[in-house]
Design a protein. Structure first.
Length: 210
């Protein structure tokens, strides 16, 4: 009986994940990409940059690639491609050089803006691939207590600061240690599971060849 109840519970959780939570994640990340695309158009108009230029077209194609294939961006599929590319340094270098030729800018200001926009778009897609992967969600949940502890510690420190207690300095040091640990942990997870540049190149290829 307990096994049947557990099975039903798993099915309900899976249904809720696929039909509600994952869809909500998809919509949230796509909205951010739409905002970036709108910002691209607005920034080019504001600075009187040529909207018929190759750089505008290539960046727009990149964002369209993200938007069009967001739902298909599976971590397991991407990881398979990423692993194959990582083992071929010559291919990796050739892909990078060929890809970067699409994003040559006309000015320093434009170059800085495009670089920042591309980085933000990559971060959005990396966030979606991680949070929409079932086992990655479990990994994030595993580290959630650490984040909660840091947040609670921050509130406690603010209360101590308001009260003027001398222990405040030591608590600040402890908080800084915990915060650094959380950042290092999350950075390690991101570095271990995704290559930021390849996320972008994969997306651009999707837009160009499908």
């Amino acid at each position: 009986m307990e096994l049947i109840i557990a099975g039903i519970g798993i099915l309900l959780i899976n249904l809720m994940w696929r039909k509600m939570l994952k869809r909500s994640l998809l919509d949230t990340h796509r909205d951010k990409l739409f905002d970036l695309r709108d910002n691209l158009r607005a920034t080019f108009r504001k600075n009187d940059w040529d909207m018929n230029s190759p750089i505008y077209r290539h960046v727009r194609d990149l964002l369209n690639g993200y938007l069009r294939y967001t739902e298909r961006f599976s971590y397991s599929e991407f990881n398979y491609i990423e692993t194959a590319v990582k083992h071929n340094k010559d291919l990796q270098r050739a892909m990078k050089e060929r890809f970067e030729r699409n994003f040559v800018c006309d000015s320093v200001d434009q170059s800085k803006y495009i670089a920042a926009l591309r980085h933000e778009a990559r971060q959005i897609m990396m966030s979606y691939m991680l949070t929409s992967s079932g086992w990655m969600v479990l990994l994030i949940v595993f580290f959630l207590p650490i984040v909660v502890v840091v947040m609670l510690l921050g509130g406690f420190i603010r209360a101590l600061k308001a009260s003027g207690l001398s222990v405040f300095t030591k608590m600040v040091e402890l908080r800084e240690v915990c915060t650094s640990f959380v950042r290092l942990t999350l950075a390690f997870i991101a570095a271990a599971v995704l290559t930021e540049d390849l996320v972008e190149e994969y997306s651009y290829r999707q837009a160009a060849y499908r």
